[in-house]
Write a protein that binds this ligand. Structure first.
Ligand code: GAP
Length: 517
């Protein structure tokens, strides 16, 4: 566990050192849970967004995109339920004056029991080696059984208070914290306030006070921009059910527990798609979208064992199926994407609050109805983090050196090809520039002439550049260069005219998309 935490810390510093992610307003010591993407980060992020957008809009004739405004009419959020119910249960420690999410404190306590069990298993595994039978050990070891019992009891109690009739049982949450003896990590005391609900939406004012300014919200999800445009798109695009609307954009949440770098941010980006369907077909479409979205993730080649579905057993009152796609981060399996069958809840609510009829006339059945919706919702930043975590490697080389390499999928890498002149003389820089001038129209290229070649390779490995080319004396004679592969470090001599053919297909988003069909 501690080792995984160290790896995660290294990834966070790597992101800063190599221009992927910086703390926001860094010169003022940052702003909590807000981050900026640097010169390499923005390229990787754009590639992720392109992979998603093209897999939705380009590969599906019945999905179109929109780009709705961040500010929306305030009634939107009344209708969607966010004003009344988009809350986190918070608790304060009176001694440290620190505020926590009560549910997270309890989840961390459950994780402690799981950790204890895991440690016992690891110890026994070392002791018994190949003859170790984990299932038998779990069923018989006293310390494991004791911690499992504590975990199960807590899990049951927690589930009951979170899903109490009429909403979360706030007193029940506090009682669990007291009964479990959970202390504030700062003050070490149990001097807790009552638990209160806290709305996560950021508010601001639109218009001057004299004009009668109104409170508006920074959208906490992009989905509502799609729902309120359902009629516009359906009519102007003459869309027939089933059809989808996709959108990529910023969302804002005043997260209280904002930790784990870009995993939980206050300003983040979502890629959401609402798929409008005939009522009664939703569970079938839910399964189809589940399968397609998992395929999209696994298509990156990170290994199926690093993903899992987490089906929700307790559903929101308007949903009739929901699942998360979780990815194995260094801090455990974590949600990257949610897939929800949201019935006709959102469209019906907007119809009610706006007074507009939001229906679809089905020419096949001659009926009008409010469409049902399957939603796929993924965070760009979480996706970015999962890719960084999986790609980062500190490799021990046979000569005893270590190299830090990002094994990014080539199609997502910020820079696809680096071109180096071996020396800064004899026309080598000019030849290298010539190669870049030819290839830059097809993929992102970078010119590097500083330091010796070995150091330049290391810098490119660290940003995940899949190919490097070196121009040397021989190039000037026969127009061949050495082409070096990031992952194998193998070098081969190729003619300059072959470069585009070798590289282009491997680094294009199209190469990923083709594998999805
Ligand atoms: N429209 C549905 C919706 O917003 P959600 O589960 O709250 O559902 C969807 O969010 C996805 O957005 C999550 O799976 C996650 O990837 C991303 N996300 C949510 N909150 C986030 C945050 N504070 N920071 C970064 N990403 C976040």
């Amino acid at each position: 566990m501690a080792q995984q935490e160290d790896v995660f810390k290294k990834i966070v510093s790597h992101c800063k050192e190599y221009g992927f992610v910086f703390p926001s307003s860094d010169i003022y010591d940052g702003l909590a849970a807000v981050y900026d993407y640097g010169q390499n980060g923005v390229e990787l992020k754009n590639n992720i967004k392109q992979y998603w957008w093209q897999s939705m809009v380009l590969l599906h004739e019945n999905i179109v995109g929109i780009d709705a405004a961040i500010f929306m009419h305030p009634t939107t959020w009344k209708a969607s339920g966010h004003v009344d119910a988009f809350n986190d249960p918070l608790i304060d420690n009176r001694d440290s004056k620190k505020r926590y999410r009560a549910d997270v404190l309890i989840e961390e306590q459950m994780a402690k029991y799981e950790d204890k069990i895991q440690k016992e298993i690891e110890k026994a595994q070392k002791r018994f080696g190949d003859s170790f039978d984990e299932a038998k050990f779990r069923a018989t070891n006293e310390r494991v059984l004791e911690n499992q019992q504590k975990y199960d009891d807590l899990h049951r109690r927690f589930h009951d208070v979170m899903n109490a009739e009429g909403g979360i049982d706030l007193d029940g949450l506090k009682q669990i914290i007291l009964d479990e003896g959970i202390v504030c990590p700062i003050s070490g005391t149990r001097n807790w306030t009552d638990v209160r609900q806290f709305n996560l939406m950021f508010k601001t004012e639109m218009g001057s006070t004299a004009d009668g300014a109104s409170t508006i919200y920074l959208r906490p999800e992009t989905a509502q921009g799609i729902f309120v445009n359902y009629l516009n798109v359906q009519k102007t695009g003459r869309m027939k059910l089933p059809f989808g609307i996709a959108q990529i954009g910023k969302a804002f949440r005043n997260e209280i527990v904002a930790r784990q770098f870009i995993f939980r941010m206050r300003e983040f980006e979502q890629m959401e798609m609402q798929f409008f369907i005939q009522p009664g077909t939703e569970l079938d479409w839910f399964q189809k979208w589940k399968a397609y979205r998992m395929k999209w993730h696994q298509n990156l080649g990170f290994g199926a064992e690093n993903y899992r579905f987490h089906d929700h057993d307790k559903l929101a009152h308007y949903a009739n199926a929901a699942t998360d796609i979780e990815f194995r981060m260094p801090f455990g399996f974590k949600e990257v994407e949610g897939i929800h069958s949201r019935t006709n809840f959102d469209l019906s609510q907007h119809a009610k609050y706006s007074g507009k009829k939001i229906e679809y006339f089905d020419p096949e059945t001659n009926e009008s109805y409010t469409p049902y919706v399957i939603e796929t919702s993924i965070g760009v930043d979480r996706m970015f983090l999962s890719i960084m975590c999986h790609s980062y490697e500190e490799q021990q080389l046979p000569d005893g050196q270590t190299r830090t390499v990002l094994h990014l999928p080539a199609a997502l890498a910020p820079v696809k090809l680096a071109v180096f002149p071996l020396t800064k003389k004899d026309g080598m820089p000019e030849k290298a520039q010539e190669i870049i001038n030819e290839l830059r129209f097809h993929f992102n290229c970078k010119y590097e002439e500083k330091d010796q070649i070995g150091k330049r390779y290391r810098r490119m490995d660290a940003i995940g550049c899949p190919y490097c080319v070196t121009v040397d004396q021989q190039t000037l004679e026969d127009n061949t260069v050495t082409l070096r592969d990031r992952d194998t470090m193998e070098q081969k001599r190729v003619h300059i005219s072959e470069l585009r053919g070798i590289i282009e297909d491997k680094v294009s988003i199209t190469s990923l998309l083709k594998k999805l069909l």
